[in-house]
Design a protein. Structure first.
Length: 723
């Protein structure tokens, strides 16, 4: 490589790689993080291998010099290859993927302290409602002025005013205090024979330091976590870093506690809820190798680990690993690719592995470790279907008599129950009984969902909210609004009406919006302060409450209605997962599944426990239809604020569709979510055999077209959402 010249990928998706002159006294190599001039601006970028990033040829004499090279290790080569692969596979700009590897500009700088702010407890002389609100919401939290303003729901000026008045004070925070090292021998469990066997295999894989994808397939409560902890212990002993990916931030908190019980200290957390200073500290520790174990959401996958030795994807079947905006990647699949580039093992842990993953095992690509039994002799719960047609709830209620009877028995026995309904809010549809008007989101093809606690109607797609009106906004009739269908809040009302003495808790993203809230919920459950939990998918996984013995699935048919490719599989996984919360301790558990169609194959499979039969039938159906993993799908989503413009652009794409053997293009057709956030949406779906290089074809196809400025064309490779 020419030492006086560097090819740089700038953090700007609209730009391709550019060449710069390396000034005297500056040394860079591929992976170096630099600042480069662009017109009057200064942009952050990363030096890349010239033969891997095409750029326009520019003579040496016309090159502008780089402005700065950060004093940080270069992004490691395996990460650079992963970034290229991701951009290529998911048809995303390199810059957009690269951005996920760099945390924030702040993290790149060398400064060691930052001024953060926190409340002093002193009441300001002038307590305006805004100031009161800010102080109330901030509580004991700390952060930059901007961060506190966001938490407090006020302007920066209000926070600064509070600083002046002495109600909030500045403190110097040491930024890069090292994280304590987890101790692999802190509290080693005695493993059962099947667990020990699986743990040995994982330890060997870590020791071998070679690419090895492994499915850890064990029923809920079988000790998967304990087993992969042994692999982490091995990585720790060998001085290698581990990344544990969780599908949801809400699971982080219980994980941190559990990890600390095994290893003496908490691991380093990485998720969108971190303050800027925490992000910076974590990022720098990841880069220099001090962060030994990192637990995080999807976004932690692209960080520049110095010595990665193991990746674990927990609850690997979860659809939330699929990123649905920006770079539309699947974190489970990218995790496997990262392990490949890093030459390390990757463990996919699941009680209900995805058909895609099972297929990889069947074809011998992934190894499989099985834990067939629950730990400590705990039995899997008994499952029964409740036929909502044979044994319906009374009018205006949602819990069938048999389920109510079981709840009552559980209350009498002082055992805990969980009612699962994957729908936030009070009711999914609100209409006027006088004129029939249905409350719809102005920006989306979606009904407004009533939230009774906050007295609002909210769109769950775009976040649009309005106060619940007293009179119909269409006809003006007072008290005429009727709620249609149940959400968790309505079920909670029903439970309160049935059992006024029962202590209930609603668990959704509305109530558990921070790790601290999750911790509070866990503590209350463990202390026995809750009798009946009513929750969305947020409670289906991760939690271990020994006194929880009854699970009621309020509407098992809900997930089947969309009818997409994975509807039955997802329903099976979700109900299995939530069932897994029951009977985890010494007391046996039972699960009642309310459905309108107990004869549906997925219900039969759940009740009989015949997972293998269910998977076999689903897999056959996919095979038959050449659907993933036997065929490929890619969606092209065209959107614009102008409906005619979107339609025209989609038609143009349709007309230009290339012909290939073993490939078909469906559409354009209006998306089921025909409008989202004020944009009209039209979809095309590409279906092809595995052998067809779909990405190359789409790149050529779309690359040759010109779209008006207002049109956005997004490609979703291996789509999970068909809305
Ligand atoms: P999974 O991840 O498969 O759902 P967990 O790892 O959460 O299972 O294990 C279920 C429960 O059993 C946890 O409370 C865990 O601590 C406990 N457990 C599992 N294996 C052991 C073991 N060998 N020794 C002690 N406790 C164990
Ligand atoms: Zn909306």
């Amino acid at each position: 490589m020419n030492r006086s010249r560097a090819r740089v990928i700038l953090l700007n998706a609209a730009l391709g790689p550019l060449d710069y002159r390396v000034p005297h006294g500056m040394a860079v190599e591929p992976g170096s993080i630099v600042v480069a001039p662009l017109g009057p601006r200064q942009l952050i970028g990363v030096v890349w291998e010239p033969d891997r990033a095409k750029a326009e040829e520019v003579g040496d004499n016309r090159l502008r010099p780089l402005l700065q090279a950060y004093d940080l290790p270069p992004l490691p080569e395996p990460l650079r290859r992963l970034i290229e692969w991701t951009a290529d596979y998911y048809l995303a700009p390199l810059a957009s993927v690269l951005r996920m590897a760099l945390a924030s500009t702040g993290a790149l700088e060398g400064a060691r302290t930052v001024t953060e702010y926190r409340a002093t407890g002193r009441v300001p002389d002038r307590l305006t409602p805004q100031r009161a609100q800010a102080l109330e919401r901030i509580g004991e939290r700390m952060g930059l002025v901007r961060e506190l303003a966001i938490i407090g729901g006020v302007s920066d000026g209000v926070i600064r005013g509070l600083v002046k008045s002495g109600a909030i004070e500045p403190i110097e925070v040491a930024l890069d205090a090292p994280f304590p090292d987890p101790n692999p021998d802190y509290d080693v469990p005695a493993l059962e024979p099947a667990q020990a066997e699986a743990a040995d295999a994982l330890r060997d894989a870590v020791a071998a330091a070679a690419f090895a994808p492994v499915l850890l397939d064990g029923v809920t409560g079988s000790g998967k976590t304990e087993v992969y902890f042994e692999a982490i212990a091995e990585a720790l002993r060998r001085g290698r870093q581990t990344l544990v990916l969780l599908p949801e931030i809400a699971l982080t908190e219980p994980f941190l506690k559990r990890f600390a019980a095994r290893f003496g200290v908490e691991p380093v957390a990485w998720h969108s809820g971190l303050r800027q200073s925490q992000r910076r500290r974590a990022w720098r520790a990841i880069v220099n190798g001090d962060a030994r174990v990192v637990v995080g959401a999807r976004s932690s996958l692209f960080l520049p680990y110095a010595r990665l030795g193991l990746i674990v994807v927990d609850e690997a079947h979860e659809a939330s690993f699929k990123q649905e905006d920006g770079v539309q990647y699947h974190a489970r699949d990218v995790a496997v690719m990262r392990a490949r580039f890093e030459s390390i093992p990757v463990v996919l842990a699941s009680a209900t592995p995805a058909i895609e993953t099972r297929h990889m095992v069947e074809t011998g690509t992934y190894a499989e470790l099985k834990l067939p039994d629950r730990y400590g002799g705990a039995r899997l719960p008994d499952m029964a279907a409740l036929d909502l047609i044979q044994d319906p709830p009374p009018r205006g209620r949602w819990l069938a008599p048999a389920l109510v009877g079981e709840l009552e028995a559980n209350l009498a026995a002082a055992e805990q129950s969980l009612l699962f309904l994957n729908r936030r809010g009070y009711a999914p549809l609100t209409l006027c009984r006088h004129c029939g008007y249905r409350y719809q989101c102005p920006n989306c093809t979606a009904w407004m969902v009533e939230h009774r606690f906050t007295r609002r109607l909210a769109c769950h797609h775009c976040g649009h909210v309005m106060p619940t009106p007293n009179a119909c906004i269409e006809c003006g009739e007072e008290d005429s609004l009727v709620a249609c269908g149940p959400g968790v809040e309505r079920i909670a009302d029903e439970v309160q009406a049935l059992f006024p003495e029962a202590r209930t808790a609603i668990v959704t993203s509305d109530t558990i919006w921070s790790p601290a809230k999750a911790a509070e919920f866990v503590a209350r459950m463990e202390a026995g302060e809750i009798d009946i939990v009513i929750g969305t998918q947020l409670v289906t996984k991760g939690y271990h409450f020994p006194n929880l013995t009854l699970v009621g699935v309020v509407d098992a048919d809900l997930g089947l209605s969309g009818g997409d490719l994975r509807a039955a599989e997802r329903t099976f996984q979700q109900i299995r997962q939530v069932s897994g919360r029951a009977g985890r301790g010494e007391k046996p558990g039972r699960v009642l599944v309310q459905t309108h169609d107990p004869s549906a194959p997925v219900m039969q499979a759940l009740v009989s426990g015949d997972a293998e039969g269910f998977y076999a039938a689903e897999t056959d159906a996919r095979h038959e239809a050449a659907m993933p993993p036997f065929g490929r799908l890619a969606a092209i989503i065209v959107s614009s604020e102008d409906q005619a413009e979107a339609t025209e652009a989609a038609r143009m794409i349709g007309r230009a569709a290339p012909r290939h053997d073993n490939m078909a293009v469906f559409g354009p057709a209006p998306a089921p979510l025909a409008m989202l956030r004020g944009r009209h949406r039209i979809r095309l779906l590409v279906h092809a055999a595995r052998s067809v290089p779909v990405q190359d074809i789409i790149r050529d196809w779309l690359g040759g077209l010109q779209f008006p400025r207002g049109v956005r064309v997004a490609v979703d490779v291996d789509p999970y959402s068909f809305l």
